[in-house]
Design a protein around this ligand. Sequence first.
Ligand code: NAI
Ligand code: MG
Length: 498
Amino acid sequence: MSAASETATSTKAHRAALDWIRSGGKRLLIGGEWIEALSKKTFTTINPATEEVLTEISEADTADIDLAVHAARQAFESDSWSGISPHARAKYLVRIADAIERHAEELAVLESFDMGAPIAYSITRVHSAAELFRYYAGWVTKIHGTTNPTDNSRFIYTLREPMGVCALINAWNVPLVMAASKLGPALACGNTAILKPAEQAPLSTIRLGELIHSLELPPGVVNIVPGFGPTAGAAMALHGDVDKIAFTGSTEVGKRILQASSGNMKKVTLELGGKSPNIIFPDADLDRAVESSVIGFCRNSGQVCSAGTRLFVHESLHDKVTRRICNLASQYQVGSPLAQDTQMGPLISRKQMERVLSYVDAGKSEGARLMMGGSRVGDIGYFVQPTVFSNVENAMQIAQEEIFGPVLSIIPFKDEDDAVLKGNETSYGLAAAVWTSDASRAHRVARALKSGRVWINTYAETDPVMSIGGYKQSGYGREMGAESIEAYTQTKSVLMRL
Ligand code: NAI
Ligand code: MG
């Protein structure tokens, strides 16, 4: 495709996204209808690159959540979804994937407007969302129970059944991928769903709701309820008629959800924070390690749960790798999310920017060496420079707490045992990486790291077949991969005396 036609396509997508935003009237999808919140209240979402208000959205609260749960319950009990042929259900999921791909550019532009990710990255995320729906479409016809061995006087078998009504609460950093990694398996397994996008970036999820609505899924199977955490989110977590809750966000809120869910023993999966170790041994391919490590902490402005924010470098290479990381990170294009060559956009909000900058101050006062960055870029939009600290000690606040910004801590290590020990010295355990050309060491270290995901000689690659989830305080259960099918079904054992 020529550069000119690339521009032409994206201009069309920009226009479609802008027209959609300006058409207003963003409502709640409940029971197959787009309706206003009962309170008539609305909230706004902004473009974090310009600080301008994009549009107003109906704000779901407790009473709306009640309606949505009722609609999802009716849809579930009517068998209009769990009772239809798996082939028919699979077809719907494939159609959702196709619809996402048909609108890929528009959805990517919407996401870039609403949460600030560079457009090139948003496009890859939209395709990942479609891929997730397609992957789970493949599962629908392959979810089955077992026939269990027993004596001749009995017949014992299991049924794999859906959970029922699933409440899905998402964060703002990769909205469509998160929507797909929850809705995909929930729908594949025959559940009905109530999905709350994050209040900071709800637009692409609302648009996804429109696309799903246009495919005429039975009413109440997918409900979309934009709103705030302490009101709509808390009501979902507390509701006595919700069977399962899946949440992505902070560990602090995750713990609250766990408590709220105990009222009716909801099944729970939680995808929480991380402080992932990325370990470079002296025999690593340094060119690739450096390049991937920069992506590992800068991608999506560091607003990634599995960001590689603790870089462990063998002490013999510490200064050299630090120089090379800084050299590459300083060339990063920070700017408008809609520009094709932008590599890093803004953070999501003023609050997040201030939070990230306060961690930079904490790093300086704890005695880490600020090698580059550490400041806001410009005075409009929430842009922060790629920031690198060297000579960091693992006990420092910047090495222990999730910053959720483009801030890297480089920490030297002595040998393999020291790297593993330090890598595991964290309350989190979401992801980790090891760089080495020694295959035995790669697998030894992969085994020793206490984390739900480990990369060898790469960082941040993903695939729908690969689950994600936390050891320690990074979460409960797993998302993506076959594990999600477990997470959205329950087993019933049946025994018959013959
Ligand atoms: P958050 O955990 O407050 O929000 C995530 C989602 O939970 C949003 O949809 C929000 O509306 C909802 N929520 C908030 N309070 C709730 C409650 N009491 N009950 C039910 N739902 C509730 O995260 P926030 O404020 O957006 O970010 C704060 C920090 O959390 C970040 O700086 C980052 O460290 C971490 N975070 C981690 C993410 C991850 O992928 N692991 C994603 C987003 C944030
Ligand atoms: Mg926004």
